[in-house]
Design a protein around this ligand. Sequence first.
Ligand code: FMN
Length: 215
Amino acid sequence: MLNLTADELLTTTRSVRKRLDFDKAVDRTVIQECLEIAFQAPNGSNMNTWKWLIVDDPALIARISELYNQGTEDFIATMGDAVGENYIGASVPGFSGINESVDYLRQNMHRVPAILFPLMSGRVENSGVFWQASSYGSILQATWSFFLALRERGMGSAWTTAHLWREQEVAELLGIPFDQYTQVGLFPIAHTVGHDFKPAYRKAFDEVASWNRFQ
Ligand SMILES: Cc1cc2nc3c(=O)[nH]c(=O)nc-3n(C[C@H](O)[C@H](O)[C@H](O)COP(=O)(O)O)c2cc1C
């Protein structure tokens, strides 16, 4: 355990890509422990309708990695001219570093020791805002708690959604009933190389927050 303060944990839990340790095995019992902590997050009516699928079979991870890469290509193809320096996110400080890091994870996804798929019950494609918010709100908080629990144990993950362009293929591969469960992301799990992560760039309070009236 790193024994970080609560504020250190909350401000230094990063999307880790380049510093995932692909050569160190992860212990199933530690993943279970992190998930059991995560399950304490709120969920609508405390229904616990979520499912959590952990993959640590290297052959499955290799195939998932291909689908992750194909999903990323699908996403890039939707962006037309808005790639590279034309991409809207290119205005963010550190963009080239993020880009390089995203590429690195793409090239190495097949090497991660384990991958987590949080699954929420039902499909939201045709739901209204209430059901969408309630569905995602009932699983994203637990997912982030999982990241925090990993970090405290010297491990890390990267929040990714690119594979969702190939969600159905991943569902078929892993036996997930596609019409009954929605995948919310794909989360590689590994020990991290070092533990000295730092707060990252975010827009300042005054740019994004206001009191009493929208600005
Ligand atoms: C909803 C969401 C989707 C994301 N999808 C991807 C992804 O598909 N691939 C990837 O490498 N990173 C992905 N990221 C990670 C972000 O790029 C990352 O959080 C950002 O670079 C900031 O890093 P930081 O959170 O460590 O400060 C995603 C993050 C979020 C919140």
